[in-house]
Design a binder for this molecule. Structure first.
Ligand code: HEM
Length: 484
């Protein structure tokens, strides 16, 4: 079965009316606003590391807090909003049915923005409030946990009272999108497999990470669950949504079916089987039992093999149409993201080995890896989707092709430099630490790398500025779009 709507669409259905375009636009604007905030946080943190902190002395804007705003705003503000917006486009068009309820969609949109803003406020203000004597007194009188601001769980820093709300929100998202999917007759296209799995997995992952280590499982076991949570957020939330969208958009844009439907299912089931076993690779060389650590190592390497089948499938789809890589901008974004995906998984298969871990554990190698996957892959795919959809949502052609190109090259060049720079820095740091040199040696030695990271980050941010200017120009002055 093919995702090409020209082949699957029933003539009597007006696909334009299936999609709530203002909602998709609102999701995209929210996503881009959080991306700007997150990037500001990243730049601030990068400035701090080279000792040029421009906000020095302002406690609630201290880099430690901004770091959490940086990561949370990017994951829950940018990526989640951009994915939700795109799903509101893709699922009704794929299933040829609207979502369960438009009002529910709007409710979820506003509830989600509240959750993200409350999280950011909790991160920035929380620790300051917790230090206030009157807050401590009030909290003890009313038995309110002091983690009312933020929780000490990586990627789960959302204040504890938000967790049940977020979980409810995720359940509503699943119900809203599942309704059209389950009513779709016939064999299901692979994108829908991925989407359905993502709805179930994200709910379970969020519940596991935000409740078990906090309230149920103590000590090292909580660490093991936290590792699983961090990794599953990438592997069972953004990865299935990302690949599901690639399986949807690439055939539409290339106007040809995906190379092998069979291989796409190998990729899906391989991900489903191996990904949840990997979490503990975040905590190698810890007191977590070694058989679990070894299991995580092996399943991480296995995922690289699964990823290779997916990459072969997409390479097969592009085969004979190489020109489209250069001429079709969304396709360029998508395939660049896929190359980075392959590289990041290859890197993962290496760094997960205990030999490698000895060298790079706790170093900037990991930060390089994190940016490569989050920006180099998922952000690239979402930028590609937005580059394709904004003209359709605004009913305008892009005002400036040059700005589109600048956005692509600044982003692709910036992330290539940033990730290579940090990966290299990590190797140096590993050797400095292994040689038991004073800590200062590694800090001073890292400085040139951190300056380069700052410059690369500024390039990536400049790319986003080009994108925003282009959107504004397009909305105001672009010519009407012929193609939808
Ligand atoms: C303006 C561009 C950016 C700059 C300058 C920047 C800088 C930074 C810095 C300094 C850190 C903290 C590193 C440390 O603690 O040693 C960080 C962490 C992180 N950033 Fe960025 N960042 C940028 C954009 C992004 C984007 C767009 C994403 C995702 C799409 C992202 C994802 C992450 C992640 C996942 C981490 C956590 C890494 C870890 O804990 O290993 N960053 N970033």
């Amino acid at each position: 079965m093919v995702a090409d709507e020209s082949q699957t669409a029933v003539p009597s259905i007006d696909t334009r009316r299936l999609v709530d375009r203002p909602l998709v636009l609102c999701y995209y604007f929210a996503a881009l606003a959080y991306l700007v905030i997150s990037m500001l946080g990243g730049i601030l943190m990068a400035l701090q590391l080279v000792r040029w902190n421009v906000l020095e002395g302002i406690e609630w804007l201290s880099p430690g807090r901004w770091r959490m705003v940086h990561t949370n705003a990017v994951a829950y503000g940018f990526l989640a909003n951009a994915f939700l917006g795109t799903l509101h486009w893709a699922i009704p068009r794929l299933s040829l049915r609207p979502v369960l309820s438009r009002s529910l969609s709007w409710f979820i949109f506003w509830a989600w923005q509240f959750i993200v803003v409350a999280t950011a406020a909790g991160l920035v203000l929380g620790p300051s409030l917790q230090a206030e004597p009157w807050v401590v007194k009030l909290a003890s009188r009313w038995h309110i946990p002091l983690s009312v601001g933020a929780q000490a769980l990586e990627w789960g820093e959302t204040p504890f009272w938000i967790d049940p709300l977020a979980l409810l929100g995720l359940a509503l998202v699943a119900v809203n999108f599942m309704a059209p999917i389950v009513r779709t007759p016939g064999p299901m296209y692979v994108s829908l497999w991925y989407f359905m799995a993502a709805f179930v997995w994200t709910f379970l992952t969020y519940a596991m990470g935000n409740f078990l280590p906090e309230y149920v499982v103590p000590g090292t076991s909580a660490g093991a669950i936290a590792g699983l949570f961090i990794h599953d957020l990438v592997g069972l939330f953004v990865t299935p949504l990302g690949w599901g969208l690639m399986y949807y958009f690439v055939p539409i844009m290339l106007k040809k079916p995906i190379w092998s439907h069979g291989l796409s299912l190998v990729g899906f089931w391989g991900l489903a089987f191996f990904y949840p076993l990997q979490g503990i690779h975040h905590f190698l060389y810890t007191p977590i039992p070694m058989f679990l650590q070894y299991g995580a190592v092996i399943s991480t390497i296995a995922v690289e093999l699964v990823v290779t089948t997916v990459i072969i499938n997409f390479a097969g789809t592009l085969w004979g149409r190489g020109r489209d890589f250069w001429d079709n901008l969304p396709i360029r974004w998508f395939y660049t993201g896929m190359v980075f995906y392959f590289l990041t998984c290859l890197q993962c298969a290496l760094q997960v080995t205990l030999t490698f871990q000895k060298l790079i554990h706790f170093s900037d190698w990991v930060v390089g890896h994190a940016h490569l996957v989050m920006f180099g892959v998922f952000s690239m795919w979402l930028f590609g989707v937005m580059t394709y959809l904004f003209p359709r949502l605004l009913d305008r052609q892009w005002a400036s092709r040059a700005l589109c190109e600048w956005h692509y090259w600044l982003s692709a060049g910036g992330i290539l430099v940033m990730s290579s720079d940090l990966i290299l820095a990590g190797i140096f740091q590993g050797y400095w630490w292994a040689a038991l040199l004073p800590w200062d040696v590694s800090v001073m030695g890292s400085r040139p790398f951190w300056i380069i990271r700052l410059v690369a980050g500024l390039c990536m941010a400049a790319g986003v500025v080009c994108f925003l200017i282009n959107i504004a120009w397009t909305a105001r002055a672009g010519s009407r779009a012929a193609d939808r």
